[in-house]
Design a protein around this ligand. Structure first.
Ligand SMILES: Nc1ncnc2c1ncn2[C@@H]1O[C@H](COP(=O)(O)OP(=O)(O)OP(=O)(O)O)[C@@H](O)[C@H]1O
Ligand SMILES: [Mg+2]
Length: 253
């Protein structure tokens, strides 16, 4: 089982943000997506999650073609993401932000919830317990009641990750998840991501920190100018002259 992009392209007027991109994100592994600024990495995530339409090509999850599905339907197929520019409810508590993520699994009818029927109360208690389990996993239980906007960038990123994980996705797409974190924080996240992969989730990891990506990924894809210029194990990809040129410029390569 995998999430697959097949010959995916995206144009914004004259700007080619993706051109014939083929990427496979298998379950149970962390797949890296790197490339210089403006290479088209976030555009890939926006297309997978239905925030942007695809100009050409296909996106498949398992055996389902989600290329033209609306975003809410794509979410229900088991995909979740975090945002490069953090999107959380600043005024709301950390716990409330995480609870939003459980939406996909809310099995009680709104009517039952409004009446406060026992089934609804149990559901809420169960969901709160699961939210606290996530908080414990991310070492943030003591911050549950804090307004999310008052936290450090590192913690806000973790709130997004917990919200994404609350929907129990099969695949999680992380757009620069360790930006703004120190080495201690990112090492903790590295272990968490490896644990998520071991538990069977497929992870697409977009990151500028090559050391971090190399440590976690068996397979890395490199984008430049919307095109894939290399793919393979980190050691091979980072030796690739095309990759070196893309990162530091032809004359220094
Ligand atoms: N909504 C949009 N409208 C027009 N152009 C866009 C839009 N989104 C992205 N682009 C353009 O597409 C290209 C790829 O952008 P994208 O944000 O995917 O790059 P990126 O690899 O995520 O960069 P970064 O590392 O800076 O986050 C850029 O030239 C960008 O200006
Ligand atoms: Mg980006």
């Amino acid at each position: 089982m995998a999430l697959q992009l097949i010959d995916v392209s995206k144009n914004f007027g004259g700007v080619i943000a993706s051109s014939g991109v083929n990427i496979t994100v298998p379950k149970g592994k962390i797949t890296g997506l790197i490339g210089p600024n403006g290479a088209g990495k976030t555009t890939i995530v926006n297309m997978i999650t239905g925030m942007l339409s695809v100009s050409a090509g296909r996106i498949i999850v398992g055996d389902r073609d989600i290329t033209h599905s609306p975003a809410d339907q794509i979410c229900r197929t088991g995909l979740a993401r975090t945002f490069q520019n953090i999107r959380i409810l600043h005024e709301n508590s950390v716990l409330e932000n995480i609870l939003i993520g459980f939406h996909r699994h809310e099995r009680c009818s709104t009517f039952a919830a409004l009446l406060g029927l026992p089934s609804s109360r149990n559901e809420t208690a169960e969901i709160r317990k699961r939210a606290y389990d996530l908080l414990t996993q991310f070492g943030m239980s003591d911050l549950a009641e804090h307004p999310a906007g008052s936290l450090s960038y590192g913690h806000q990123r973790k709130v997004e990750m917990m919200r994404a994980l609350a929907s129990e996705p099969d695949y999680i797409l992380l757009d620069e998840p360790i930006a703004g974190m120190n080495n201690v924080e990112s090492d903790v996240l590295a272990d968490l991501f490896l644990g998520l992969a071991r538990s069977g989730k497929g992870i697409l990891l977009i990151e500028h920190n090559i050391r971090f990506v190399s440590k976690l990924c068996e397979q890395i894809y490199v984008l430049d100018g919307g095109r894939l210029i290399a793919e393979g194990p980190p050691a091979d990809v980072l030796r690739d002259p095309a990759v070196i040129t893309a990162y530091i410029g032809g004359e220094h390569a």
